[in-house]
Design a protein around this ligand. Structure first.
Ligand SMILES: Cc1ncc(COP(=O)(O)O)c(C=O)c1O
Length: 444
């Protein structure tokens, strides 16, 4: 059964109705509800390699990859085998176990952290890194960038990307003003704004947190030298530099985005956060950094942080196995496929006369439906998109069996399993989707 011959999705629609009766919006994470694009969210039944199959039996080429984790594609046989063996040995012990040591060693080998603490979600990682930064510096203020998303940590839910911008929320009720009052928000890629904030609040700023390359307002790479500037500015002012690599870590290179800038430029963040790929599709994340900072964590130091399922043996086995399989050849393949898909999409849109910017940060990329510029460097520009064009484009791709992020403010993710057949299917779907975008109403 193909998407073209199935205009209706009875099994997904029925599940969505049941889900809405028992869960807010019928989902467990807002963007999944398709509110920004309309229509019935597809309930997936299985995934293999670059494909997802929904409960109505329709197969899609997946360009979301579970929002980043599925670096090797779905149900990689070696990952599944390792997970099955780990599960058979027991699912959680609440004690230290070998797989978490293996995963931590792999992370320490690949990245500039001296040591790492494992947690269960990216949100937990950034929340804990900020607590540690505050605990180490004795300061309270946190600087973040508009359009960067770091999970749903209270103090970071200001001018955030991802679902927060998808739903047009300036912030969110439930976060005390006292919490966001501790957050300074500055435009992404704006060194003058960072300097101005430090001039005013320098001795109160505990840390600057940034996505290593912004991926949650679409893909917006740091301008050359921007992350180095942040690292040096923090050091000069006694603040800590937290690079959030939850999305980029182990995805854009074997050492994450730091492997693309800091490693060559000779700087390293004080703390880093990881998630997504390092869990191999299971809930595992981490924060790590310099020894003198990490040793301030309990039980070595006074900064408390803990978790019942932290370092879970199945999640860490999946993550470790995934990272061991993420060889240089895999990263070459990811870069090539990402470049190919981005170029194909951009060519189709150009052919249909749709103004856009097709932009990459390593192998993360996205299409911005913007006019009058050939680059997007900050949140304001990203928000100038014609989301109606994205919506038309998204649905035409979906109808042709290609699953894109259901929001204009998200990056596209490829996997090492995206082969010629998958790319041909994407290429075949693009011209009609580009024409649908061309026929969409103007932005305002
Ligand atoms: C850069 C970044 N940081 C943190 C998070 C939060 O991770 P999680 O959804 O696992 O809590 C995300 C999630 O998309 C992210 O992209």
């Amino acid at each position: 059964m193909t998407a073209e011959s199935t205009p209706d999705f009875p099994a997904s629609a029925a599940l969505f109705e049941r889900a809405r009766a028992v869960s807010p919006g019928g989902v467990n994470s807002p963007v999944r509800a398709f509110r920004a694009v309309g229509g019935t969210p597809r309930f997936m039944a299985s995934g293999t390699g670059p494909y997802l199959t929904d409960v109505d039996g329709t197969e899609y080429v997946d360009l979301v990859g579970s929002w980043g984790p599925m670096l090797l594609g779905h149900a990689h046989p070696e990952v599944i085998d390792a997970v099955q063996r780990a599960a058979a040995a027991g699912t959680s012990f609440g004690t230290p176990s070998e797989p978490e040591v293996l995963l931590a060693e792999e992370i320490v080998t690949r990245t500039p952290v001296d040591s790492v603490r494992l947690v269960s979600s990216g949100t937990e990682a950034t929340m804990s890194a900020i607590r540690l930064a505050r605990g180490c510096t004795g300061r309270d203020l946190v600087m973040k960038f508009a359009g960067c998303y770091h999970g749903h940590v209270d103090s970071l839910l200001v001018s955030a990307g991802s679902g927060v911008v998808t739903f047009g929320l300036p912030g969110t009720p439930g976060v005390p003003e006292a919490s966001t009052a501790q957050t300074i928000v500055v435009p992404y890629n704006d060194t003058a704004a960072v300097e101005k904030a430090f001039a005013e609040y320098g001795d109160q700023i505990a840390c600057v947190i940034t996505e290593a390359a912004a991926g949650n307002m679409g893909a917006v790479p740091p301008l050359p030298g921007f992350n180095k500037f942040l690292s040096e500015t923090c050091a000069r002012n006694g603040a800590l530099f937290i690079s959030d690599e939850v999305m980029t870590g182990f995805r854009v290179s074997r050492s994450g985005h730091w492997g693309l800038d800091g490693a060559a430029e000779g700087w390293r963040p004080d703390l880093l956060t990881f998630g997504k790929v390092m869990g191999g599709g299971f809930p595992a994340a981490a924060f790590g950094g310099r020894d003198d900072l990490m040793s301030r964590l309990a039980p070595e130091g006074p900064v408390y942080q803990a978790g019942t399922l932290s370092g879970n043996p199945i999640a860490t086995t999946a993550g470790y196995t995934t990272l061991r399989l993420a060889t240089d050849a895999v990263y070459e393949q990811l870069d090539a496929v990402a470049g190919q898909v981005r170029t194909l999409a951009s060519e189709a849109l150009t052919e249909a006369g749709v103004p856009h910017v097709a932009q990459a940060a390593g192998n993360l990329f996205s299409i911005f439906f913007v006019d009058g510029t050939d680059t997007v460097t900050d949140f304001e520009q990203a928000q100038a998109q014609n989301v109606k064009q994205h919506k038309a484009f998204f649905h035409a791709m979906l109808d042709a069996g290609v699953y894109l992020p259901p929001s204009a403010f998200e990056s596209w993710f490829v996997s090492a399993a995206h082969d010629d057949r998958a790319i041909e299917r994407i290429a075949a779907a693009l011209p009609a989707a580009a024409r649908a975008a061309a026929a969409a109403p103007p932005a305002h």
